[in-house]
Design a protein around this ligand. Sequence first.
Ligand SMILES: N[C@@H](CCC[C@H](N)C(=O)O)C(=O)O
Length: 287
Amino acid sequence: MKLKFTKMHGAGNDFVVIDAIHQQIDFTPEQWRKLGDRRFGVGADQILLVERPTQPGCDFRYRIFNADGGEVEQCGNGSRAFVKFVAEKGLSQARSITVETKAGVIAPRLEDDGSITVDMGAPVLEPARVPFDADDLQGQPEGRDTLWPLVLELGGAREQVLVSAVSMGNPHAVQVVDDVDQAPVELTGPLIEHHTRFPNRVNAGFMQIVNRHHIKLRVYERGAGETLACGTGSCAAVVAGIRRGLLDSPVRVDARGGQLSIAWEGEGQSVYLTGPAVTVFEGEIEI
Ligand SMILES: N[C@@H](CCC[C@H](N)C(=O)O)C(=O)O
């Protein structure tokens, strides 16, 4: 079939966005991988589907596929692209919409200055619900957070890193590093992503604290590798930093592809993600 799509990005985290209301989409993992492939397809970190809602009270359903073809629960930067896409395509006149995802309902809002703020819901910190297997582990308390030791096998050598396990609907393992530019993201990112303590795999975040309202962040994403920015990764890092007593809301997040802002008032409260969304081009592909 000939598929119409829009190429978008949010701080360099790039997407193929598809109107699945007016096009019949039922792709195999191989077809998702082809769309995401930067040489044989369009190329993207994630593919986003705009569908009719299945839940009362929601405006749309939002489905997310990583470049590796796997369907996942949540994507923060993608949710900003989502609300811009439905506005540009005339699918909604509203500036604020409610969107059902595999991880619950989120609410993106177009701001007057062109940025987009998303109510991402409350973080989940209970290990079993991340999910993170902490059963036989001795955690190290820091502030109101628990730092978990993760043992990584590095070519015969063993290294231990301390991570916060946070779910923003999708799983994150966040560690603090001294210098994000020197952090071994490509080396240890894949080991953390596939660590057996994370049964659904995990997104690996490397956070450098600049000051109490400013971090630098790199994320090795599950199913996509290192991306230029990760919205849920930014939410998870700031939640971990606030709980550890290292950060205060709001926090500016410098990713390699742009800047995001995260606000969180604490326990049980929603995390708010603000940042840009950009339409790059429209296209059609035989798939
Ligand atoms: N880029 C995203 C997260 C996309 C999903 C992630 N790779 C996962 O597998 O959970 C974001 O902006 O949140």
